[in-house]
Design a protein around this ligand. Structure first.
Ligand SMILES: [Zn+2]
Length: 461
């Protein structure tokens, strides 16, 4: 299997540290608001990585954190905590906010068939691990104190910019940090923040009462659950210049090792020319997609049509096209269920094509091409073996095809009446009324197809 590594900027052969096993750490959600579909592209990517690994026979341990403290509203080391800001605006405690949005995140993730990571770890449950990590960093001479708290001295780590490949000026621009005269280097960042009396969530520490810097949690928890050297760390490309660069520096300062062997990053979901993000004001949640009649599986299909390292265009047309493709697959499955399984030897080249594609740096679009070749061939042969192979591929795609194809086509009477009215309109050659009724039926979640035997209605996938 070949995978890209952001650290080396190369695609090369994946060799696990322990044969047959893979450790993956994914930067999880900051739970102060609903996650949007741009966030979920990243989680579909890490989920797909895990699924491909399992498909290829690896035993995977997938770890994801939940940030419920320490992520400030800017990249500076002072200012309000995102959780506390959310709590103040909603008149709740930070814990109430965190638990509510954590549950909402996992509800949305389940709708998208994102498998729950084997370990889900909250930052607030790991404060002592973070203090221990920071203590090691300090003991190894990588930290100094200012009035803000304990600061990481990036000047002590010559490889600091290796992951981002940015020079100092670009790094500063990326971090958007105001110059602090107490800092030795502009890229230095806080490990432990003190003297912030307005913060609600604070803990005792060797450096005074305070709270950990955001980057500390991912270093501490990834090392705790995956060890001082592990295979893969994932996240969005926005994490490269600051969060992951700082994690990597902390890891080295604490352990003397390059803890993460391979860094993998997904590109953004883009609308027009802009990435989807809170500051861009163009957020869409999973629930909003559903209100527009888009199924979570349809969105997941859309994500699988682009390579994870390429920007994904989110438009009404691209969504519609993904929904149509998914519907085509589900229709194929419904038809195929009536066919016998014949000699399945003809399937093997398609299976190999799919496996080769996903093992080539997760080339899922190429994998989908194999799926569609199989659909064409399966239709000609009327062989259910094709559908069974596609269900096997769905262990990687995560579309939930078996469930979608098996879903009982229960049609509410309201829809049946509309279908009958549409039939009457068609007989009267009132095409405008017929189209209007078709749209009304579609808004209720059903599709109507005109066949020689009359109108057929079925749920939209
Ligand atoms: Zn992280």
């Amino acid at each position: 299997m070949k995978l890209y590594n952001t650290l080396t900027r190369r695609k090369d052969e994946f060799e696990p540290l322990v044969p047959g096993k893979v450790g993956i750490y994914t930067c999880g959600p900051t739970v102060y608001m609903f996650s949007h579909i741009g966030n979920f592209r990243a989680y579909i990517f890490s989920d797909t990585l895990r699924r491909v690994m399992e498909y290829l026979g690896y035993e995977v341990k997938h770890v994801m954190n939940v940030t419920d403290v320490g992520h400030l509203t800017s990249d500076e080391d002072t200012g309000e905590d995102k959780l506390e800001k959310g709590a103040r605006e909603e008149g709740k405690t930070p814990e109430e906010i965190a638990r509510f949005y954590e549950q909402a995140f996992f509800d949305d993730a389940a709708k998208l068939n994102i498998l729950k990571p084997h370990v889900v770890c909250r930052a607030t449950d790991h404060i002592s691990d973070m203090i221990e990590l920071v203590r090691r960093i300090e003991a190894n001479g990588y930290a100094y104190r200012t009035s803000v708290g304990l600061i990481f001295d990036t000047g002590k780590y010559p490889e600091y910019a290796l992951l981002s490949r940015l020079n100092l000026a670009e790094q500063q621009a990326g971090a958007r940090v105001a110059v602090d005269p107490e800092r030795r280097n502009p890229s230095d960042f806080a490990l432990w923040i003190t003297n912030q009396p307005k913060h609600l969530m604070q803990w005792e520490s060797p450096w005074g009462r305070g709270f950990p810097g955001w980057h500390v949690e991912c270093s501490a928890m990834s090392i705790k659950y995956l060890g001082e050297r592990f295979d893969i760390h994932t996240g969005g490309i926005d994490h490269i210049p600051v969060h992951h660069t700082n994690e990597r520096a902390q890891n080295f300062a604490a352990t003397g090792k390059e803890v993460v062997v391979r860094w993998m990053h997904n590109a953004f979901l883009v609308i027009g020319d802009a990435r989807m993000g809170k500051s861009e004001g163009n957020l869409v949640t999973i629930s909003e997609l559903q209100e527009r009649g888009v199924s979570p599986a349809g969105f997941r299909y859309l994500c699988q049509t682009a390579l994870y390292r390429m920007p994904l265009n989110f438009t009404a047309e691209s969504l519609q096209s993904a929904q149509n493709s998914l519907r085509g697959l589900v229709d194929f499955g419904r038809n195929a269920q009536a066919w016998p399984v014949n000699d399945a030897a003809w399937i093997e080249p398609f299976k190999q094509e799919f496996k080769d594609a996903v093992a080539d740096d997760l080339n899922i679009p190429q994998g989908l091409a194999a799926v569609w070749s199989l659909v064409r061939e399966g239709n000609q042969r009327q062989d259910r073996a094709a559908w069974e192979a596609i269900l096997d591929f769905d262990r990687v795609l995560g579309l939930g095809l078996e469930q979608l194809a098996g879903a009982a086509a229960e049609v509410p009477s309201q829809v049946e009446e509309l279908v009958a009215a549409r039939e009457r309109a068609r007989k009267a050659r009132d095409w405008a009324e017929s189209d209007r009724l078709r749209n009304e039926i579609s808004e209720l979640g059903f599709l109507v197809e005109d066949t020689p035997a009359g109108a057929r209605v079925k749920p939209r996938p």
